[in-house]
Design a protein around this ligand. Sequence first.
Ligand SMILES: *[C@@H]1O[C@H](CO)[C@@H](O)[C@H](O)[C@H]1NC(C)=O
Ligand SMILES: *[C@@H]1O[C@H](CO)[C@@H](O)[C@H](O)[C@H]1NC(C)=O
Ligand SMILES: *[C@@H]1O[C@H](CO)[C@@H](O)[C@H](O)[C@H]1NC(C)=O
Ligand SMILES: *[C@@H]1O[C@H](CO)[C@@H](O)[C@H](O)[C@H]1NC(C)=O
Ligand SMILES: *[C@@H]1O[C@H](CO)[C@@H](O)[C@H](O)[C@H]1NC(C)=O
Ligand SMILES: *[C@@H]1O[C@H](CO)[C@@H](O)[C@H](O)[C@H]1NC(C)=O
Ligand SMILES: *[C@@H]1O[C@H](CO)[C@@H](O)[C@H](O)[C@H]1NC(C)=O
Ligand SMILES: *[C@@H]1O[C@H](CO)[C@@H](O)[C@H](O)[C@H]1NC(C)=O
Ligand SMILES: *[C@@H]1O[C@H](CO)[C@@H](O)[C@H](O)[C@H]1NC(C)=O
Ligand SMILES: *[C@@H]1O[C@H](CO)[C@@H](O)[C@H](O)[C@H]1NC(C)=O
Ligand SMILES: *[C@@H]1O[C@H](CO)[C@@H](O)[C@H](O)[C@H]1NC(C)=O
Ligand SMILES: *[C@@H]1O[C@H](CO)[C@@H](O)[C@H](O)[C@H]1NC(C)=O
Length: 523
Amino acid sequence: MDKANLHVFFLLFLILSCFCESNDQLTQANSLSPGDMLISEGRAFALGFFSPTNSSKSLYLGIWYHNIPGTVVWVANRDSPISKLSSVKLTITNSSEMVLFDLSEGRTIWKTVNTTSEGADGAIVVLLDSGYFVLRLPNGTVVWQSIDHPTDTILPNTRVLLSYKAQVVGRLVAWKGPDDPSNGDFSLSMDPSSNLQLFIWNGSLPYKRSLVVNEVSVSGGTYQSNTTSVMSQYVYYTGDELYYAYTVSDGSPYTRILLDYRGNLSLLSWNNTSLSWTLAFDTPSSCFLYASCGPFGYCDAAAVPTTCRCPDGFELVDSLNLSRGCQRKEALRCGKENNFVTMPNMKVPDKFLRIMNTSFDQCAEECSRNCSCMAYAYANLSSAGGTMGDTSRCLVWTGDLIDMEQASFYTENLYIRLAESPVQKNGEFLKILLPIIACLLLLAFAALVWKCKRRGKQQKKKVQKKMMLEYLRSTDEAGNKNIEFPFVSFNDIVAATNNFSDTNILGKGGFGKVYKVLAKSFT
Ligand SMILES: *[C@@H]1O[C@H](CO)[C@@H](O)[C@H](O)[C@H]1NC(C)=O
Ligand SMILES: *[C@@H]1O[C@H](CO)[C@@H](O)[C@H](O)[C@H]1NC(C)=O
Ligand SMILES: *[C@@H]1O[C@H](CO)[C@@H](O)[C@H](O)[C@H]1NC(C)=O
Ligand SMILES: *[C@@H]1O[C@H](CO)[C@@H](O)[C@H](O)[C@H]1NC(C)=O
Ligand SMILES: *[C@@H]1O[C@H](CO)[C@@H](O)[C@H](O)[C@H]1NC(C)=O
Ligand SMILES: *[C@@H]1O[C@H](CO)[C@@H](O)[C@H](O)[C@H]1NC(C)=O
Ligand SMILES: *[C@@H]1O[C@H](CO)[C@@H](O)[C@H](O)[C@H]1NC(C)=O
Ligand SMILES: *[C@@H]1O[C@H](CO)[C@@H](O)[C@H](O)[C@H]1NC(C)=O
Ligand SMILES: *[C@@H]1O[C@H](CO)[C@@H](O)[C@H](O)[C@H]1NC(C)=O
Ligand SMILES: *[C@@H]1O[C@H](CO)[C@@H](O)[C@H](O)[C@H]1NC(C)=O
Ligand SMILES: *[C@@H]1O[C@H](CO)[C@@H](O)[C@H](O)[C@H]1NC(C)=O
Ligand SMILES: *[C@@H]1O[C@H](CO)[C@@H](O)[C@H](O)[C@H]1NC(C)=O
């Protein structure tokens, strides 16, 4: 009797679990309880109840990788955990809402809010292989989808709505701790004031800042790594909507972007040999922290380790505390001529004003003629389709330049206003110095010619050749033989250097000996 019962129970359990296991859909006719799950068609993802740790007394409704149960990519009731002891059910109402209901306490724990087709009946939930679920009506209209309500993860080949009509909509919010899915301190969203850049926030303070959306509408560019075949990421506009998406090539391992509880944003990919997530890309250095180089300072990403530097015409305020930033060597005087230093390969600073519908020249002019304009930058948004009906992106800065970075992978120029162009200063300096140098050279030249004539032409070409070989050998010590004397023959060099006479050695540089060449011999 007991045995028979057990058998029946076991069978029932099997049937039930088979039913659930093979099902990627939830309808009004059934419901989901702890222990049940939906599994996407290709078996990549599962939706059900989980506990962050075995010891945890809390249950959450979430989505995880079916083969990697510990990796949760979405959580529904992150701020209202369910006690493991209570009896809960996930159902779809006859008004097409999805509701997580606590039967023991008779309360709604979580539900889909603001479904777009309230009142319609017969909705179903489908868990997709891309890792999110849709709540849709029988006619196919999607009334709610989890991707519009992300938690801390962005999955590939899905698009996340960041803003709508310049209002921030989508937002990643990190977990509070490694085992605590509740809303943490760190979040990621579009910059509400410009709608042109992404921020990671620590509470309400900026923590890290992305590029300003630029020319190719790709923020961060194409990223290629050996673990994740190819990734490109996009921030793009379709009318009033702004999306973020990234793609990985077919056959790539599982990949996800995670904003973790410590505020690190990283791209992780699954290694099916070591059975672990490996970091494919992150934003590691403290240099990337918001404004870490202070006003007018920029982070030099090419330096190892990365460090703070000042633009030309600026100097450190305090060489012992780089975060105090940089100051001008020479104060700006309004009304004087406009000089701008060009900083290439820049992540341009924060707190800009955007001037709409300008050409590059108009943008430069806009900044030049206003004394309070500190810098400008210009980009073309045409391939991004433009924002707010504008395909130009003229940015100007009137206050301190905050949070700049220079790295080879940035493509933008920043033009910073200076009191006086250092190039021009050099020019003036050279104007005075050049005649003096020329005079000295002429004198030396005259002396040499005189010396040569006196010595006559006793030396044979053989000797010259031997000396040339010696000369080349001697340059070898610097490991550099590729000295370029374009369009000059060997004999010319021998003659010009007065048979490599030591009197003509000007000095030893990185390329071996440097000979003073008699210009006349080359014509
Ligand atoms: C948690 O429970 C699972 C399944 O019951 C078990 O495989 C795993 O070892 C447990 N983990 C810990 C840390 O106890
Ligand atoms: C929906 O369900 C509620 C209670 O479950 C019921 O009162 C109501 O009549 C139902 N509405 C329709 C349109 O079936
Ligand atoms: C739902 O809509 C209401 C009003 O339409 C709005 O106040 C509320 O913020 C929305 N909630 C979410 C989560 O979007
Ligand atoms: C689907 O049905 C809903 C409710 O019945 C309706 O509001 C919506 O317009 C329909 N969508 C299409 C594409 O027919
Ligand atoms: C986040 O901000 C809090 C207070 O605002 C601060 O104590 C904490 O150190 C910050 N965290 C990081 C990682 O900067
Ligand atoms: C990545 O692959 C390239 C060739 O495709 C190779 O040159 C490089 O060393 C690899 N890097 C690592 C870290 O394995
Ligand atoms: C592991 O990943 C590689 C490349 O992504 C794939 O070719 C291989 O089939 C995978 N192995 C398993 C056991 O999934
Ligand atoms: C995966 O892990 C194994 C074992 O740790 C390692 O040998 C291998 O290089 C890793 N594969 C990738 C693509 O990182
Ligand atoms: C994540 O952030 C913490 C503190 O902010 C830092 O110590 C740690 O190195 C970071 N981890 C990675 C992988 O970048
Ligand atoms: C460095 O300067 C920053 C900004 O002025 C200040 O907040 C910080 O306390 C200083 N650090 C030290 C070690 O003096
Ligand atoms: C910019 O130009 C576009 C198209 O010419 C126009 O629709 C838009 O209103 C202009 N914006 C401003 C601020 O002038
Ligand atoms: C210069 O720019 C400032 C700040 O944007 C603005 O208040 C001021 O009116 C501008 N002056 C001129 C002459 O355009």
